[in-house]
Each structure stands twice: as C-alpha cells, then as structure tokens.
Design a protein around this ligand. Structure first.
Ligand code: MRU
Length: 395
C-alpha cells in the first residue's frame, strides 16, 4: 500500500543557478562550459551576447535559455545607450527583429519561442499608434514581461516536482514493502537548466525531501556531458544519493536493478504527447518499456507546443559534428581547463565518407513509450494501450 506523499520537509543546501541579477541590476550567467571545475560569471548585457552564450551552450536547458533571452531584451531596453522611441510602432519595429534573432539561436526547445511569442503579443497589442509617452509605457510593459519570464520559473518547478513525486510514489511506493525509490534521469534538468529547483531533478528532489528516494542514477549524456558535469554538481551539492552511469549502461542497470522510474525533462512536448528531449532519452524510454519501468516527462506548460500534432514535426537541432570528437574538462596534471580531442584528426571535420559524425542534439520519444507527462498544472497519464497522451489537459 502506498504511504505518505512527499512533504518537502528537508532543508536543502543552496544550489547555484545559471543566471543571477546583481545588486546593480546586471544579468550574469555562469559559464556552463567550464563547470564543474571553474565558476566564472559573465555579464550578459545585449541580445548579441545572449545569442552567443545560448548558441555556444555557455547557458543551456530549455527554461534557462528562454530566461536569458528575455532578460537580455530587458537589459537592452534599460541600458544607458537604450534607443529612444517616438511612438509604440517604433518600439515594435526595433524589438521585433531582436525577437526573431534570439529565437534562432536554438531551434528545438520551445520555451525560447514561447517567451519570444509572449513579447510579440505585447507588441502586437500595444505597438501601434501613439506618442513618445505611450512608447515609454510600452517599453516598461515589455521589461516587466521579460522579467516575468525569468521569475515565474522557480515556483512552478516546485509544484511540478511535488506532483511528479506524488504520482510516482503512488505507482511504486510501499510496493513489496518498498520504502524508497530508485530512479534514472538523463541530461541536466536542475537549477542550472532552469531558474531553480528543476524539472526532472525537481521530481527527484521532492522524493528526496520526503525521504522516498533510494538512489538517483544519472546518465553522463555525451557528447556534452550535461550529466557527468552538471547533474553531478547539482546532486552532490544537494547531497542527494546519486550514482553516475555511462549512457551505454542504461540497459544493464534496468536489467540488474529494481528501477522504479525514469524521469526526464523536455525541450518540446507536442499535442499527442510525443516529446523532444536530450539525445539518449528515446533509448531510455525503449528500455523502460521493456523492463516495465514508468517513464515520466516533467516540464512546465511553456514546454508544451500544442501547435504541432506529432513529434515528426519537431525541428531537431544538429550540433557541429566536431563537438562529438572533443571532451572538455580539467587537466589533472596542470589543473587548468582543457579541450581534448578523442577521435583521429579529420573525424567530424571532412567531407570524406570515412570522416562523418552524426550529432543530433535531441531525439523524440513517442508518447506510446511515456507513462505520464507532469506539468505545474497536473499529471496527464497515458491510458493502458493508448498511443497518445492528452497533454492539453495539463496546460
Ligand atoms: O542541449 P541542452 O543541454 O540545452 O539540452 C537540455 C535538455 O535536453 C534538458 O533535458 C531539457 O532542456 C529540459 S531542462 C529543464
């Protein structure tokens, strides 16, 4: 019989977030390419700097990139060099191309387009006729909207975490006397990928806070190592019992351990429940089904894209091939950061048939492999034998 639902009773240590706003109002991001070995905060003042930081993956994670893009527009409109506008229409003409530009930095995570669309909606509504005073009002409204995109993320993650943990505990908690759950996650979905607490890591944290977590296994997530570099940093900081596995070990782990759930985040969930997430998620879902393990997607409503019917329509970002031939880390001899090439020269660089590298950043998990989608609004469960999930019911 299932016992108590997560209560959130533990005091968690503070975890670094990817974005901070200084007392002077500057937006800074921690360079995630250098984590966990070096903590370097970089000021991001302009949309161009935000674009570069997102594109180069100094900041990554669907909610975090949406936050930074929005905050960069706010900084741009607040700076000492900010343009002055004679009418709301001028504001719209100035800001619209910036929205398009920022949106093009990474195509798969829908949170970024959703944030840009919210700002577009303000421009559409208020960016018409009027004088300079109306333009000033519009700029203030835009700045408030940009800040809200960033601010609202934290609280919804806590709700999502609680809902996901309660649902999984109901499925597996207390079963055969089980007092704590073993779960698996992929990629990085905690404070570094969001404004705080996290999505899939939020569910895991809520289980931990309720003393219902045995172990969180996390996949290294090559080629960017979001698992071995970032999830490891989050889980060790939070002192959550955790065990890193290589991406190739998911099957073995499920074969030899009584795993209770695979919990992942998402970059885009479409109408039928098909979900794009970090490369490697699909294989985890196939294995979960084979082993009868619940597979949960946890993501805010801003990750849901009801305009697409199925996952086949999701644009999957291809990263430069060469990225998969490199490893970045701390040189154990010099102590400095190094980028090391692990493949022969030419692999991933040339047009020759023997030098090809396949490097999609995301894959799509069909809804028929997903047990439940959790948002801050609730849990949408796939009915037994169904091939889709009613995601709209939790939006
Ligand atoms: O390429 P990344 O590192 O931005 O990919 C991130 C992921 O796929 C995460 O799992 C996803 O954004 C959910 S984050 C809360």
């Amino acid at each position: 019989m299932a016992s108590q639902a997560p209560s959130g009773s533990k005091q968690l240590p503070d975890m670094m977030t990817s974005i901070r706003i200084t007392a002077q109002g500057d937006v800074e991001i921690v360079d995630q390419l250098l984590l966990p070995h070096t903590v370097k905060w970089d000021k991001v003042s302009t949309p161009e700097e935000a674009f570069d930081a997102i594109k180069s993956m100094k900041i990554r994670g669907a909610p975090a990139i949406a936050s930074l893009a929005a905050l960069s527009i706010r900084s741009h409109l607040s700076s000492a060099n900010a343009p002055t506008f004679a009418s709301p229409a001028e504001v719209a003409a100035h800001v619209s191309p910036i929205l398009d530009y920022l949106q093009s930095s990474r195509p798969t995570a829908v949170n970024l387009s959703e944030a840009m669309n919210r700002i577009r909606a303000v421009l559409k509504k208020e960016g018409g006729a009027g004088d300079a005073a109306a333009a000033t009002d519009l700029v203030e409204t835009l700045k408030a909207m940009c800040f809200a995109v960033h601010e609202e993320d934290m609280e919804r993650n806590r709700t999502m975490g609680r809902l996901g943990a309660e649902w999984l505990w109901k499925q597996r908690g207390g079963k055969d006397g089980k007092k704590a759950l073993k779960v698996i996650t992929v990629c990085n979905t905690g404070s570094l990928a969001t404004s705080g607490y996290g999505t899939a890591i939020g569910v895991i944290t809520a289980l931990f806070e309720a003393d219902q977590l045995d172990t969180a296994y996390y996949a290294q997530t090559t080629p960017y190592h979001q698992g071995s570099r970032l999830t490891s940093l989050e889980l060790t900081t939070l002192r959550i019992p955790a065990c890193m596995i290589c991406d190739t070990m998911l099957g073995s782990l499920m074969q030899h351990n009584d795993i209770d759930g695979v919990i992942v985040g998402a970059d885009r969930i479409v109408k039928n429940g098909d979900t794009a997430n970090k490369i490697g998620t699909y294989q985890a879902a196939v294995l979960a089904q084979r082993h009868g393990v619940p597979f949960i997607v946890a993501a805010p409503v801003t990750t849901v894209d009801l305009s697409l019917e199925t996952g086949a329509e999701i644009h999957i970002e291809q990263r430069p091939p060469v990225e998969a031939t490199l490893v970045r880390g701390r040189n154990v001899e010099t102590g400095g950061m190094s980028v090391v090439r692990i493949s022969p020269e030419g692999v991933g660089a040339g047009p020759e048939p023997w030098n090809q590298v396949y490097n999609p950043s995301f894959d799509v998990t069909p809804a028929e492999l997903i047990s439940a989608v959790v948002t801050e609004k609730g849990v949408a469960v796939r009915a037994e034998g169904a091939k889709s999930i009613d995601v709209a019911s939790v939006c």
